[in-house]
Design a protein around this ligand. Structure first.
Ligand code: MN
Length: 498
């Protein structure tokens, strides 16, 4: 999971024109702002105050120090006074990490009775932040701009939200995906340019033979398997479906052995995400089901049928939401079946087996059922239904000349009735703005059937992540109309021409 020692640097810009007294005030105000922000308890990461930046040399040095500090996940900039922006060019040109422009002011209200020219010269971020913003825009640098008084709750929340995106940007370059088998033959949307993905996102995407994995699974000791099986039996309900109890347990044990073996394989080889393929199981006795569900819950990314883009996206979203208070879950999903009844429209989400139980609402149970695909033993899997509430479904597709990230805001609901014959974990959601427009827009954008889904990130956080990655990002939500969306796709194809 993400390194919780990440820090964000707070860099105040000024110049030496104002004299020492003014610069002392600038430093004091910045210190108070940083102390206030750290004291809010809203941030998972510490904000570290840096000395006021007043010339090109200190700006360049500080931004390069930020690049080189493994714990620094981004820089927050604020021009307390005027800071001539040509001084910032070299430093910004060399700076590589997430950038936030906190357009704030130390005083909330104009001090009507006492305001004089000295006060105005000292407190002129309305002025200085425009000069700074101009150069960042002219240089075409992606950054988050947050406007408002630093004590404003919305400002604090926006800053915390940006930090999550920044962690996603920084951590993206560490993601390593193990492809155990290739993409499913003839399937288009799960394919993609792995070299371009490494250039754009930093992802390392390697391949293995399934039997490399089998060696790890076979090496797991019986004692370890038995211990994990008894953990399962303590934790989950058992739904035998009339099967022999001992035979059922043996099937579950196969998944326990796979969970331990796959985890060891991933950890020893330093991978955080992986894919498999039901058509290439080699020496695996069952398609990994319960095993993968549990590994996803532990934070590993997963994509089925060789879908490495989904595996990496699930991993990314797991990192971005790691440690989030009251997190509701993140999983790979697949659009499976519609309910088209008027007023009750929605998409039933599931997969053959591999839905992460972090999204489960209430009890999780184990069942063992045949698979209609593949030629192995009936795999054990975790069964549940997902939580209600808003979430986002994300699909990263490769259009040949570029990546496009499609983000759909969705509303998760309960299905009207139980589905006792369906032996998989499921979610059910209505895409925003409604099924008719949401599905049309999704298909127009070329969105996949596999998605990376979470309750715990916002549309804006993923939009900003996409912007930082330099890729096309489109949103389908309550503001979407087909006419505008089609135009957006047209304009984007001009904007993202290489
Ligand atoms: Mn699939």
């Amino acid at each position: 999971m993400a390194n919780k020692n990440y820090k964000f640097w707070f860099c105040t810009g000024s110049q030496d024109l104002y004299g020492d007294e003014c610069l002392a005030h600038v430093a004091e105000h910045s210190k108070k702002i940083v102390e206030y922000l750290n004291g809010t308890g809203k941030f998972d990461y510490e904000i570290v105050l840096k000395p006021t930046l007043i010339n090109q040399a200190t700006i360049r040095q500080t931004l390069n120090d930020a690049n080189n500090d493994a714990e620094c996940a981004g820089v927050i900039t604020w021009m307390h006074t005027f800071s001539p922006a040509k001084m910032w060019i070299l430093g910004l040109k060399e700076y590589k990490k997430p950038l936030c422009h906190l357009h704030t002011q130390f005083n909330e209200e104009i001090p009507y009775d006492s305001i004089d020219m000295d006060f105005m010269n000292e407190n002129q971020s309305a002025h200085g932040d425009r000069e700074y913003g101009h150069i960042v825009s002219r240089m075409g640098i992606e950054r988050k701009i947050i406007v408002g008084h630093y004590m404003d709750e919305e400002v604090v929340d926006d800053l915390a939200s940006w930090m999550t995106t920044a962690i996603g940007v920084v951590e993206s370059s560490h993601i390593r995906v193990a492809r155990v088998g290739d993409n499913m033959n003839n399937v288009a949307v799960t394919e993609g340019d792995k070299v371009e993905a490494q250039i754009k996102f930093g992802w390392e995407i390697d391949h293995f033979c399934v039997n490399d994995l089998v060696d790890y699974v076979d090496a797991v000791s019986q004692g370890d398997v038995d211990a994990l099986v008894s953990e399962y039996y303590d934790k989950y309900d058992i739904i035998l479906d009339g099967r022999d109890e001992a035979e059922f347990k043996q099937h579950v044990a196969v998944q326990a052995q796979q969970e331990i073996g796959i985890k060891k394989f991933l950890d020893e080889n330093n991978y955080h995400a992986f894919v498999d393929h039901f058509g290439m199981l080699g020496g695996l006795k069952q398609l990994p089901g319960l095993a993968i569900q549990r590994l996803m819950e532990q934070g590993y990314g997963f994509g089925a049928e060789g879908d490495w883009k989904v595996a990496a996206m699930v991993r990314l979203m797991k990192i971005m939401t790691a440690g989030k208070k009251d997190a509701k879950g993140t999983s790979m999903m697949e659009d499976y079946t519609y309910n088209l009844v008027k007023g009750k429209e929605g998409i039933l989400q599931a997969h053959m087996l591999e839905v992460c139980p972090s999204v489960a609402d209430g009890k999780v149970a184990i069942r063992c059922c045949p698979l209609s695909m593949g030629n192995r033993e009936d795999p054990a899997r975790l069964i549940f239904t997902a939580k209600e509430g808003p979430g986002i479904a994300c699909s990263l597709v490769d259009l040949g000349t570029r990546f496009r990230l499609i983000i759909n805001a969705v509303d998760c609901k309960k299905v009207e009735k139980p589905m006792p014959e369906l032996p998989v974990g499921t979610a059910f959601w209505t895409p925003q703005p409604n099924l008719k427009t949401g599905a049309e827009a999704w298909i127009l954008a070329g969105g996949a059937h596999h998605t990376a889904f979470t309750y715990d990130l916002t549309v804006d956080q993923m939009v900003e992540w996409g912007a930082m990655m330099g890729i096309e990002t489109v949103v389908i939500d309550n503001n979407t109309t087909i006419r505008d969306f089609k135009n957006e796709l047209r304009w984007n194809s001009a904007a993202f021409v290489k």
